[in-house]
Each structure stands twice: as structure tokens, then as C-alpha cells.
Design a protein around this ligand. Structure first.
Ligand code: MN
Length: 291
């Protein structure tokens, strides 16, 4: 077993608003070299670091918009979000829960703070990760996986804390989400003084985002709160340790190694497929969703 070396520690870029409900730092694809090709199969990562929203009777968020060709994974750390889409899917993503939406052939959806939460307001903290789909699956039917926190696989590390596995596996323990290509997604919830050893196959694209606390990677590299650490694809193992209670989102996936042709809310393999996506969208093939 050889070590996965730290390739980059990325500070959060200045935040921008997506709609009026998501104040995000974009990490993928970004001005660092965290572009879609380097981060394959991960094509977008927006991080709403802790931000206070005041109470309102008009929930904030993003109105109706389409997606095709990939999956959106929403991980709620604080606050609640309500999604709805043209295939009849959706639901409330509560604190600690994950929604894994396979847009695939296409959906229209909207993403808003959940009504009751919005009335109270409070601290909001969330990640949205886009996972690309293999070419052969891009036009498969849309689907949802609503993953409650209680359904995640907790791997107990004793006094070190635990690993909450959402997809893929940690130490052979599998998470509940199904994926179209090999993807590992988990929260390391480490206690002060805790340490965890991760192992992912050689060649996998691997990164970790510090949600809470601060960590030391491979016994020497310090990664502060709200920073992302990218590992080299060579090697297999790395360690995370911490001197305070911490939460770290760990992602690792096998690159698809297929052409990537993104345009706005569509991510396909060729320009022709993007033109087709716009045609299908403009002729109502994504269905209908009320504002
Ligand atoms: Mn969306």
C-alpha cells in the first residue's frame, strides 16, 4: 500500500448566490485546476458554508430549471431544503440527510428552503455535488434516492469517532446509495484526537472538504475549515486526524475517461448531444413543472 499524496489544498473562493437561497463557494470546476477533466467523475461542487438566513414567509431558493446527463447530490449539514421535479419526484432534505437525484435523460426541478425552516430562518450549511454519468447511462430514466441520515452506514471507530457511509464503502462496509460508476461518498465524523485511515483504489479521483473543525492529512498537511484537499490519483491510502471535533466530506470516484461537453445545466459527451438537449428542452420533452 502506498500513500495518496496531497496535490492541492484549496481555500474557498469568494461566495456567490445561486438563486437567492444558496450562498456557495464553488470548488469544482474552478480557477484552481479542479476542472471537470481533473476531477472526473465529479463535475461540480458548490459549498454553502455556514450562513445565516433571516426568517421569511417566501422561501428562498432556485426556480424551475432543467438538468440532463448527470446526478445532483445534495448533502444537508444544517437547514432543510425542499425539491420538486417534473417526474413527480422530490421531497424534503432534512438536516443530516442526502438527496441523490439522477437527472439522466432530463428533469425540470426547483430547489427551495423548506417552508417551515424558512419561516424560522437560521444557519444553513449544504453541499451540492454533481456526479457525471457514463455515456451509456446519460439517457436513462430520472430517479431519486432520498437517503435519511438513519439509513447511512455508520462505521464505528471507537474513541476516534465514526464514518457515515453514503455511497461506496469504508473498510468493506457499504453505504445505501446506488451509483452508475464506482463512487465513494462519506462523512468522517471525528472526535477531538481522532484519526481515520482511508483506502481507495489507485487511479481514483479523491478529495476531502472540511465541513467542521480542522484536520491534519498524512500526519503533516494542515487543512483548515471550509478548505478542500485534493489527493493525487496515485497511491491508495491517506490519513485524517484532528485535534477538535470535526466533520469531513470525503469523495473518491473512478474516472469515466469519456469526452465531457458541458453547457449550463446539461453535461453530455458531444456538442450534438447538447444541441439535442436544448431542442428537447425547448419542445417540452423535459415535462412540465409549475413555478
Ligand atoms: Mn438544480
Amino acid at each position: 500500500m502506498s500513500t495518496k499524496k496531497v496535490e492541492l489544498i484549496a481555500a474557498p473562493k469568494p461566495a456567490h448566490f445561486v438563486g437567492d437561497g444558496f450562498r456557495v463557494h464553488n470548488f469544482i470546476p474552478s480557477g484552481y485546476h479542479l476542472d471537470m477533466k481533473r476531477m472526473d467523475p465529479f463535475i461540480m461542487l458548490d459549498y454553502n458554508s455556514k450562513f445565516h438566513f433571516s426568517g421569511t414567509d417566501t422561501p428562498r431558493g432556485v426556480g424551475v430549471h432543467p438538468h440532463r446527463g448527470f446526478e445532483t447530490v445534495t448533502i444537508a449539514y444544517q437547514g432543510r431544503v425542499e425539491h420538486g421535479d417534473s417526474s413527480g419526484g422530490g421531497g424534503i432534505i432534512g438536516q443530516g440527510d442526502v438527496q441523490w437525484m439522477t437527472a439522466a435523460s432530463g428533469v425540470l426541478h426547483k430547489e427551495f428552503h423548506e417552508t417551515e425552516w424558512a419561516k424560522e430562518g437560521g444557519i444553513f450549511q449544504m453541499v451540492q455535488l454533481w456526479v457525471n454519468l457514463p455515456a451509456k447511462d446519460k439517457m436513462s430514466p430520472p430517479k431519486y434516492q432520498a437517503i435519511k441520515n438513519s439509513e447511512m452506514k455508520n462505521v464505528d471507530l471507537g474513541e476516534n469517532g465514526f464514518i457515515e457511509v453514503i455511497a461506496g464503502e469504508f473498510n468493506g462496509e457499504k453505504g445505501p446509495a446506488t451509483t452508475f460508476s464506482p463512487v465513494n461518498l462519506m462523512n468522517a465524523k471525528l472526535k477531538s484526537g481522532g484519526k481515520a485511515i482511508f483506502s481507495f483504489p489507485e487511479g481514483f479521483t479523491t478529495a476531502a472538504l472540511v465541513i467542521e473543525g480542522k484536520i491534519i492529512v498524512n500526519e503533516k498537511e494542515k487543512v483548515p475549515t471550509d478548505h478542500l484537499v485534493l489527493f493525487g490519483n496515485e497511491g491508495e491510502d491517506f490519513t485524517i486526524e484532528t485535534s477538535e471535533d470535526s466533520i469531513v466530506l470525503v469523495i473518491s470516484g473512478k474516472p469515466l475517461n469519456e469526452p465531457i461537453y458541458p453547457h449550463g445545466p446539461f453535461v453530455m459527451n458531444t456538442r450534438e448531444e447538447i444541441i439535442q438537449a436544448f431542442n428537447d428542452y425547448n419542445t417540452g420533452k423535459f415535462g412540465y413543472l409549475e413555478d
